[in-house]
Design a protein around this ligand. Structure first.
Ligand code: SAM
Ligand code: SF4
Length: 435
């Protein structure tokens, strides 16, 4: 076993990758690797990649190119590629970039310690299986040191929905849910280490199906965990917003009033082309039911503009849907073709048109987001403090609605939850005073 080796992990993409990076660092920690903040001086560089964005693989190849100098200075440096680009590219990575020693997919990183032994012996290691065993059962228990007050916890992976633009079903595989008792055990361990808020993660988290447990049942069980104060979950699909989950938003006191529910488009024609399996009307009625259960809930979404076949009228339908829903937070993207997905074969909307639409859509979403933020001024919110702010004596945390809030509070500790009056609204945060 090697001792005191330095591991640098660079994480791309979604929160699930952030969680996976933590677990990979823990797995390699058991083999004597300690995580460092910079690639210089590291013994192992691991890129945990994402395949969602345009030219994702090319960006990884050019990032790898940048490590040539570090590798020249330290020929013993080992380089690994993990995540969805590793899954999609496989062996091709080592062929195109021979200095890569290890390629590991998102479902096999529990095998990293064994793979590192191979790499340390001077061999190459590649594993992009979709194995039968559950990786979480083969990973080390979450380590003992105290953790930041807010933690991610993966409960479900993969996706069976096959939206026409998306690589996730191919890179992450079919939907698999972790058993509830293991999730509850991990949650209790996180709470013992100082965690106050758990964000349940899944590509399609509300399709969670652990034995006969639904996501709502899991949330209710977490609600009973002493010391856990806040529960969140992301990302959901409109078709899996079940009645018990909607009801939980109104009744479960630890479930926060925030819901990320992507719709992608407001045009039924485009939704059909995307294979989203619901209409704009269905989504709007769903939002109404969720707001009836929890009137102050903040709705967040994802949008794609310039999907193949999107005409001006379709784009206008998306703008109308946004006006109707009124989003407090949103992520919007220009469509980019992912090789191997059905939409990649279709004819494109010109870049000029797509850019203009994206600008218009983002202007509307930003206006809504700012207006909802400004409406918080004068209100009282509970803030879970997470870290020091930029100014001396300042602490930053999150409100129930996931707004970043900063206050002057020299005596505050990370993990404190305090009542705060919001006194001003800035671009991406709120200023407040302790009550
Ligand atoms: N499972 C989630 C859902 O159904 O909404 C999200 C998965 S994906 C990781 C996150 C977002 O990336 C999607 O909601 C979509 O807006 C965007 N996205 C995915 N593939 C894309 C593509 N080919 N082009 C542009 N945006 C894309
Ligand atoms: Fe991708 Fe989400 Fe559609 Fe699944 S539901 S294919 S993850 S966009």
């Amino acid at each position: 076993m090697s001792n005191n080796k330095k591991l640098y992990i660079k994480t791309y993409g979604c929160q699930m990758n952030v969680y996976d990076s933590e677990r990979m660092a823990e797995a390699l920690g058991a083999s004597g690797y300690e995580q460092v903040e910079a690639p210089e001086g590291a013994d192992m560089i691991l890129l945990n990649t994402c395949h969602i964005r345009e030219k994702a693989a090319e960006k990884i190849y050019s990032e790898l190119g940048r490590y040539k100098g570090i590798k020249a200075e330290n020929p013993d440096l080992k380089i690994g590629v993990a995540g969805c680009v590793a899954q999609a590219e496989g062996e091709e990575i080592m062929r195109r970039q021979p200095m890569v020693d290890l390629v590991v997919g998102p479902q096999t990183y529990h095998r990293l310690p064994e793979m590192m032994k191979q790499v340390e012996a001077g061999e190459k290691a590649l594993d992009t299986d979709f194995p039968l065993e559950d990786k979480f059962e083969h990973l080390p228990e979450r380590p003992l040191p105290r953790r930041a007050p807010s933690a991610f916890l993966t409960v479900q992976e993969g996706c069976d929905k096959f939206c026409a633009f998306c690589v996730v079903p191919y890179t992450r595989g079919a939907e698999v849910s972790r058993p509830p008792e293991r999730i509850l055990r991990e949650a209790r361990e996180l709470v013992e280490r100082g965690v106050k808020e758990i964000n349940l993660l899944g590509q399609n988290v509300n399709a969670y199906n652990g034995g006969d447990w639904t996501l709502a049942q899991l949330i209710w069980a977490l609600n009973d965990v002493d010391g856990l104060e806040r529960i969140r979950f992301t990302t959901s699909h409109p078709n899996d917003m079940s009645d018990d989950l909607i009801a939980a938003h109104g009744e479960c006191e630890k479930l926060m009033p925030y819901l990320h529910l992507p719709v992608q488009s407001g045009s039924d024609k485009v939704l059909k082309g995307m294979n989203r399996q619901h209409t704009a009307e269905h989504y709007i009625r769903l939002i109404e039911r969720i707001r009836a259960a929890r009137p102050d809930i903040l709705i967040s979404g994802d949008f794609i503009v310039g999907f193949p076949g999107e005409e001006d009228a379709d784009f206008e339908a998306t703008m109308d849907l946004i006006r109707e829903v009124n989003y407090g937070q949103a992520y919007s993207f220009k469509y980019s073709a992912r090789p191997g997905t059905p939409a990649a074969e279709r004819s494109f909307v010109s870049a000029e048109v797509a850019n203009a639409r994206l600008q218009q859509l983002q202007a509307l979403l930003t206006k809504q987001q700012r207006a909802l933020q400004e409406a918080m001024v004068g209100q009282e919110v509970d803030v879970l403090f997470e870290k020091k702010g930029r100014l001396a004596g300042q602490m930053i945390g999150k409100s129930q609605h996931l707004h970043a809030v900063h206050v002057a509070g020299p005596d505050l500790q990370a993990g404190d939850i305090r009542r705060v009056r919001v006194i001003n609204s800035e671009t991406n945060s709120l200023g407040g005073e302790l009550l």
